[in-house]
Design a protein around this ligand. Sequence first.
Ligand SMILES: Nc1ncnc2c1ncn2[C@@H]1O[C@H](COP(=O)(O)OP(=O)(O)OP(=O)(O)O)[C@@H](O)[C@H]1O
Ligand SMILES: [Mg+2]
Length: 307
Amino acid sequence: MDYVLRTNRLSKRYGGKAVVHNLHLNIRQGDIYGFLGQNGAGKTTTLRMLMGLIRPTEGEIELFGQELNRGRSKAAMERIGAIIEYPGFYLNLSAVENLDIHRRLMGMGNKEYIEEALSSVGLIDASNQKVKDYSLGMKQRLGIARALLHHPELLILDEPTNGLDPAGIKEIRQLFLNLARLRGITIMISSHLLSEVEQLATRVGIIHQGSLMEEIDYADLQRKTRHYLELRVDDDKKAAYLLEQKLGVSDYRVAGPGILHLYDFLEQSTKVNFTLTSEGVGVKEIRLSGDSLEDYFLKLTGGAPLA
Ligand SMILES: Nc1ncnc2c1ncn2[C@@H]1O[C@H](COP(=O)(O)OP(=O)(O)OP(=O)(O)O)[C@@H](O)[C@H]1O
Ligand SMILES: [Mg+2]
């Protein structure tokens, strides 16, 4: 397994207060990693440590298989592009001029990269327009273009869709998918909204009050948050037997005494009921149940609203 970024016990304290606590993050090559948490959870602090903008109080960071000790290797940092908090631009200059200043600051020789970066975020037609005339969505995309300028392998973006309308969010989502699929770039994005990384993330890390509550592949998260029929019966063994024999069900579990969770036949509760009752099983209740992704996220983060 190729890990692009890993942390071990990564922690940050401010004045004795643990803002980030013992994080173990594991981001693989090609992941779109959604780093999720409420306001104040510690996302920006974590990303700032990853980028070397602040020093961890404890713990280690490994980038591209190499541990970063005190000094970070320039070579490793050159493989990362990032936007942490709001990208600042010279508003009276055009997009091209802004990127050119950045290119020179970064010591990159290649001017063609500017056009390429602007094209990849869909801003080529507005490249000579002053940034002050850009919409918020265009500015966000320009920030991404700047982070992409030196052809990084890993993009770290702090709330890249903050403040965008649904259409803008959709556009940026498509941009990330293209960067990941077509160019193989690994992407880490933080967000306080699960819905923003849905249909995008391949892996999700959920941080709450500085601690990682869960790190999980998106497909597993989806499996965990499936809907099911909850059956309350007087004889769970007989009910299970009948479900298997009469309906060919294998996707179920006994969730407690007299309680079965059935992941099939969600739309056919009448048929399930009939199958059981006609063979003498008492059915007290059948209802559709299960956490939605959002419910699950809310439970992990203490039930407080996220937005
Ligand atoms: N320099 C600092 N000194 C003291 N406390 C800090 C400092 N930076 C951040 N904090 C505190 O650390 C906690 C986490 O902040 P952080 O900015 O990392 O959260 P976040 O998850 O990015 O939140 P948001 O969604 O609002 O951006 C907050 O309680 C914040 O007040
Ligand atoms: Mg933040």
